[in-house]
Each structure stands twice: as C-alpha cells, then as structure tokens.
Design a protein around this ligand. Structure first.
Ligand code: GUN
Ligand code: FE
Length: 414
C-alpha cells in the first residue's frame, strides 16, 4: 500500500521521519492495535459561510438555490460575531473529519474572512482563503454585492495585505486566494483586475468552472465564449488555479487546463445535485490534468472527504463503459471511467497537494507531517491484507473513528 501503514517498525525510514516530526509536539502516542496512520485530507472546495445550510434545498436548481438560500445566508457575514461562531464550528468539524488543508471561499466581507483565517490558526488547520468577488449587478442581489469592480479588486488587495500581516504570528501559514465567484457573478472589469492581482502577487486563484449548463450558457450568451475561455482571457487560469466542478469541460477546455497547469476540484456529492453530470476523473488524470477532491459545502451536504471519496467512486461507476450513453461521449466520458477507493483516496491526498503546490498528502520523509490516526471502524473476523483493511476504512470510517489529527506535527484533534 502506498498511502496507509501502521507504524510497526521504527526502522522504516519514512515512518520514523514522520514520527519524529509529529513527536516534536510530543503528542503522537503509540498507535493502538486497530489504529492506522493516514495522510491528512485536502479539501479543495469549501464555501465556509454556507456551513449553516449544509443539506438545505439541494433539490432546487443552482441559480434558484443561490438566490433564495445562499446569498441571503452569505450576506449575514457582515456580522463579525456571527462569522466567528460559524467558522469556529466549521473548522472544528473539518479537522474532526481528518481534513488538514482546506481551500475556502469566504464572503465579500474582509473582517469575516479574517475570522476564518484566525479559526484555522486556532485549530491548527492550513487554510487557503478567498475574499469572494462578485460585482455584477445583473446576477447578484442588491444586499450582497461588491459596490463596484474597482472596490472588488481593491478589497481583494487589502485582504491579501491583511493576511500577510496575520501570517507574521501564524505557526501554520494561511494563504490568500484570488476568488472571482464565477463568470456570471463578475463584470469583465473585475475579472481583469483580479487576473492582474493574481500575477502581481503570484497567488492561487479559485472559481467555479463549467459546473452547470446554465453557467456555461451565460458565458456563451454574454461573451460568445465558454466560461473556461473567459477565465483564461483574463489571466485567471494559471498553474496555481483550482477550478471547482468542471463536469462540462470539453476537450478544448481540458487542453487549456493541461497547458496552463490548472487543477479541477472534483465535488462528487454536489455534482449529483447541481451538475447533472459526472466528472470523468480517469479521463482527466490520463490526460495529466490535476484533480483533487472537494466537499463544496453546502452544495455538498457533507463535511467528510470519506463520504466524498465514496460518492466519487459510485458516480464514476455510472459513467463506466457507456452506462450513461445518452450523454455526449465526447464531453462526458464513457469508457473505462470507473475509479477505485484508492483512486478516490489519491484525489483527497496527493491530488489536492499537487493542486495547491504543498508537500503533503503522502507519508514520506521530507513531507509535512499532516496526519490522521484512524481506528478501523469494522470488526475483523480473519486475517486481512492491508488492502482490505484500507478499503474497509475508506468505506466505513466516520468522524468518531478519526482519533487524532496533526498538521505540521501540531496536534489539531485528539
Ligand atoms: N456557483 C457560484 N456560486 C456557487 C456556490 O456557492 N456553489 C456552487 N455549487 N456553485 C456556485
Ligand atoms: Fe462551490
């Protein structure tokens, strides 16, 4: 097994290196018989402010869900105390599920976004955090919108500087992220300004791309281009970009992603509800497009990447060998699309780490000691191979089975 092992033998160089890092804080106790050490998970797509709505109104179409449920909730983060309460709870929950690094969308409000960074610092989680930019008056409500393209860009730059300041006292670095919500929410002027900031500060970029027919239709109608092409035109597709969903990316979009080094945050639970399509994960990986895993709270109802690995595997089976043959095969993939639990685990660890350019996601000398100690959730009635134990953990583990979590060797849970 590449990514799971019990520390049995001190002489295994990889594990003694890890143990040494984890022991810096003196907190990694000897593993019990049915406990296993796994790399911590990397969640590539979370809307932190949407946590109070996890599971709400998932039967509504995306644009109606945004207007009726999501924007009114996000607007509440003008209240910093509300932000503190929610963000502390959310970060605790994500860490509790074994997630050590998260790429977060915040809201338009910088004070609330800083509270999210502080919650990550308090709980020893590595956060990548974006001030959401959304200034298009035609697609955003009066009560929740950046006042202008100029202020959307200026506030993003202010947030970058505030984060630099905050990081002076952080043990675990918190990274600001350029975050145009998605093409319909932004004006050409804000997209252009944000592209400029991404270059100026050499920072990660996140957005939604090719998630729904409605979103892609908007780009075609207003720009006469696909949404990936619009983002590319404004310099928002770089090797530090992570685009959520991508279920409707066509081959030409994938070629651009490959060329620019753009990563896709696969959000399999959310895609069941809003995407009406399945990301052909193996097709992307075969073409060397980076792919990681995201919960997409609250488009996805679950904060657990274990749940999302399971859904990624199940959804992939519905594409496999033309089961969905009514879909356009050129766009949605049909052959050999099934992925395994191991592939799903790769997405939640190595795939995410590559997307964010961080040395983690593997238990290896020289890598950050981002770890979870998981108690096997299932009884064992006979001799089992490490593969079988691994699969039983992936399919059955819940938050209570995640006994300890470490980020850079610092205790985050347990
Ligand atoms: N597209 C634009 N905003 C959102 C959001 O908050 N969630 C999802 N799933 N898609 C979006
Ligand atoms: Fe999303």
């Amino acid at each position: 097994m590449g990514y799971i092992d019990r520390i049995i033998d001190e002489s295994e160089t990889d594990f003694s290196a890890v143990k040494e890092q984890a022991n810096k804080a003196g907190q990694l106790t000897t593993l019990k018989l049915d406990e296993y050490l796994l790399p911590g998970f990397i969640d590539l797509h979370v809307h932190a402010p949407q946590w109070p709505n996890a599971g709400v109104a998932l039967d509504r179409p995306l644009n109606e869900w945004l207007d009726t449920y999501t924007f009114p909730l996000e607007a509440k983060y003008a209240d910093v105390d509300f932000a503190k309460r929610v963000y502390d709870n959310l970060v605790t929950e994500l860490v509790g599920n074994g997630t050590t690094t998260v790429l977060y969308f915040g809201t338009t409000h910088n004070q609330a976004n800083l509270e999210l960074a502080k919650a990550c610092m308090n709980h020893n989680q590595r956060g990548f955090i974006g001030k959401v930019a959304m200034d298009n008056p035609d697609q955003t409500p009066d009560y929740y919108r950046d006042a202008s393209a100029e202020s959307a860009v200026a506030d993003t730059e202010t947030f970058i500087k505030q984060m630099m300041e905050l990081n002076k006292t952080a043990d675990i670095q918190q990274t600001p992220v350029i975050t145009p919500r998605f093409v319909p929410s932004c004006t050409p002027a804000s997209l252009k300004g944000l592209g400029r900031l991404a270059r100026k500060y050499d920072l990660p970029v996140q957005s939604h791309c090719s998630e729904s027919d409605w979103e892609n239709g908007f780009a075609l109608e207003h720009y006469h281009k696909r949404d990936a092409e619009v983002l590319d035109e404004y310099g928002l597709l770089t090797d530090k970009s992570v685009m959520a969903h991508g279920t409707l990316l066509n081959q030409s979009d994938l070629d651009t992603f490959k060329e620019r080094g753009v990563a896709v945050a696969h959000c399999p639970i959310s895609n069941v509800y809003f995407g009406n399509a399945v990301l052909p994960v193996s097709k992307l990986l075969k073409q060397n497009v980076k792919v990681g895993l995201g919960t997409d709270i609250s488009g996805g109802y679950s904060p657990s990447l274990y749940q999302n690995i399971r859904q990624a595997v199940m959804s992939s089976r519905m594409l496999h060998d033309g089961v969905n043959s009514q879909l356009d095969p050129a766009q949605r993939g049909t052959e050999n699309d099934a992925i395994s639990a191991r592939n799903g685990f790769y997405l939640a660890t190595v795939g995410g780490a590559k997307s964010l350019h961080i040395k983690t996601g593997q238990i290896k000398a020289g890598y950050l000691a981002d770890l979870q100690v998981v108690k096997s959730p299932m009884p064992s009635f006979n001799e089992e191979t490490m593969d079988q134990i691994f699969e039983k953990i992936i399919y059955n583990a819940s938050k209570d089975d995640v006994k300890q979590v470490f980020v850079q060797g610092r205790l985050a849970k347990g």
